[in-house]
Ligand binder design. Structure first.
Ligand SMILES: [Zn+2]
Length: 334
């Protein structure tokens, strides 16, 4: 790594828009140290997804909140973007939470505000299958429901990032039409580079960019290619999306989980409804690019003509721009 790039990396805000840690109140969150070790400043960690009961999501959220407070010497729970600046100044790791799928709302719109008050700053509408709000990417593409429309409005109002990853095509287009704030795909890659139902088409990427939003590069080998986490392949995805809509709409959402006791393959095979056959989930030894791949990826971006400003945007400033509007509705005129 050249000296100037090393300096840029050291000083940059690095934003990982989604961790793929299997959410549970039992998780030992010391595993979060994997991120700051590789220069990550902020992470959105999931506290639930539609496979879980809503009560389990709440219990996980309660446990994670308590853990972060008990480790305030190392971690900052983020309420607003200024908390990220504070965390960086104090050499601490900034965290907030996301939820993958609207089952966590238990059909109650008032739960959006409850989760927001508890530190959830990003919600996804579906987790692969349909629910009361939305259509999932591995299910019938039925679009955003009336309840889903209310949720978009409520998320815009309370100040949460609207996240389209895991939802079906029509649903995502509906969400982007409804939202008055920028919308993200926190961890989704372009279908044009690797055809997978979890990936997203050109017009989804364009519509996201048109909202001012960002697409986060997912590090899972089966979404990048044929279980391929090479730097060349990751670069191909970043390059493709940035050529399509501009570097200011690309970021990181590695979906990464450090090695834990849970075998991801066992989980994926246990629920073929959520992780259907034919979508590579039965791949043996699924590989996963995480923050440790950042140094070679940054090098590759610089070598392929990304400017310092492009790289800073990709590393974190692009997602920060979204959060600055979405987390502070008063700034967006809501
Ligand atoms: Zn996910």
């Amino acid at each position: 790594m050249q000296d100037n790039i090393q300096k840029l990396y050291r000083e940059a805000l690095v934003w990982d828009a989604h961790a793929g840690v299997f959410p549970s109140a039992e998780v030992d969150l010391n595993l979060l140290d994997e991120w700051p070790k590789f220069g990550v400043s902020y992470l959105s960690i999931n506290v639930g997804f539609d496979v879980m009961q809503w009560q389990e999501t709440l219990a996980t959220l309660a446990a994670y909140r308590r853990w972060v407070v008990e480790h305030a010497d190392r971690f900052v729970l983020v309420n607003k973007v200024q908390d990220i600046d504070r965390a960086r100044a104090e050499n601490k790791f900034a965290l907030s939470f996301d939820i993958e799928g609207m089952n966590a709302l238990n059909d109650d719109i008032n739960m959006v505000g409850v989760y927001h008050a508890l530190g959830v700053r990003q919600m996804l509408f579906a987790y692969n299958l349909n629910n009361a709000a939305a259509g999932g990417c591995h299910d019938q593409d039925t679009g955003l429901t009336e309840f889903g429309k209310q949720v978009v409005e409520e998320m815009n109002r309370v100040g949460m990032i609207v996240d389209c990853s895991h939802a079906a095509y029509t649903t995502t287009m509906d969400i982007m039409h409804e939202s008055s704030n920028p919308v993200v795909f926190s961890h989704s890659n372009p279908t044009a580079v690797w055809d997978h139902q979890r990936n997203i088409r050109n017009d989804q990427i364009k519509a996201c960019a048109a909202t001012g939003g960002v697409i986060g590069l997912n590090g899972m080998g089966i979404f990048l290619g044929d279980n391929d986490i090479s730097v060349d392949t990751m670069l191909k995805h970043v390059r493709y999306a940035s050529d399509l809509v501009g570097t200011e709409h690309i970021g990181i959402g590695f979906d990464y989980s450090p090695k834990v006791d849970v075998d991801i393959g066992v989980i994926l095979r246990s629920r073929p409804d959520y992780w259907p056959a034919g979508q590579q989930y039965d791949t043996k030894g699924i590989k996963h690019a995480g923050p440790e791949l950042l140094p070679p990826l940054i090098d590759a971006l610089a070598d392929s003509g990304f400017s310092d400003a492009d790289i800073r945007g990709f590393l974190g400033e692009n997602f920060l721009r979204v959060a600055t509007t979405a987390w502070h509705p008063s700034l967006a005129g809501n």
